[in-house]
Design a protein around this ligand. Structure first.
Ligand code: IMP
Ligand code: MG
Length: 172
């Protein structure tokens, strides 16, 4: 069951406004090709992009890596981008960096297509030794190792529409 709210709707909104200003400053008016990792990043991506003044185009990629609350370690490409990214300034938008495996694989795939630049915006990063080498260029919040739901994050496809991020307690 849901244990407690970890990050409120208001805290997310104000953090995204700060991130948007950082992103606008970093791209200096160049067009951003935002790439959302389906499905978890959708809420984060739309709320973030609405706050940008930079010109933006949007695309999506979907991979499969998880069953229940455990990483399977296996990444499968479910849905590829609809547009070419060669020469584009790509901003990859991810809900959470857990082991970092998913993001590493997606970064490998996208960088092989020769974008002009490739940066990462992540709503959450879990503080874990496994992902220590993987740095998000724009990060919302650092959290503990617990499993979280809401604001795009699911447990077997449920709870994505919660307006906040909450901790899931498997024992209660
Ligand atoms: P990673 O490959 O271990 O970094 O996991 C990345 C993906 O697993 C994320 O994009 C999420 O879809 C999912 N995931 C990891 N941790 C959580 C969590 O705490 N709640 C919900 N989904 C998660
Ligand atoms: Mg998921």
């Amino acid at each position: 069951m849901i244990d407690h709210i970890l990050i409120s709707e208001e805290a997310i909104a104000s953090r995204l406004s700060v991130l948007a200003r950082e992103i606008d400053a970093a791209y200096e008016g160049r067009e951003i090709r935002a790439v959302g990792v389906l499905k978890g990043s959708v809420f984060f991506l739309t709320d973030l992009l609405k706050r940008l003044t930079s010109p933006v185009s949007v695309d999506f990629i979907q991979v499969r890596s998880y069953a229940g609350t455990q990483s399977s370690g296996n990444i499968q490409l479910v849905h590829d981008l609809s547009m070419d990214i060669e020469g584009q300034d790509v901003l990859l938008c991810e809900d959470v960096i857990d082991t970092g495996l998913t993001l590493r694989r997606i970064l490998e795939l996208l960088s092989s297509r020769r974008p002009r630049s490739l940066k990462i915006a992540a709503l959450l990063k879990k503080q874990l030794p496994e992902n220590a080498g993987l740095k998000a260029d724009f990060l919302g919040f650092t959290i503990g190792p617990e499993f979280v739901i809401g604001y795009g994050l699911d447990l077997n496809e449920r709870y994505r529409n919660l307006p906040h991020v909450a901790v899931w307690n498997p024992k209660s």
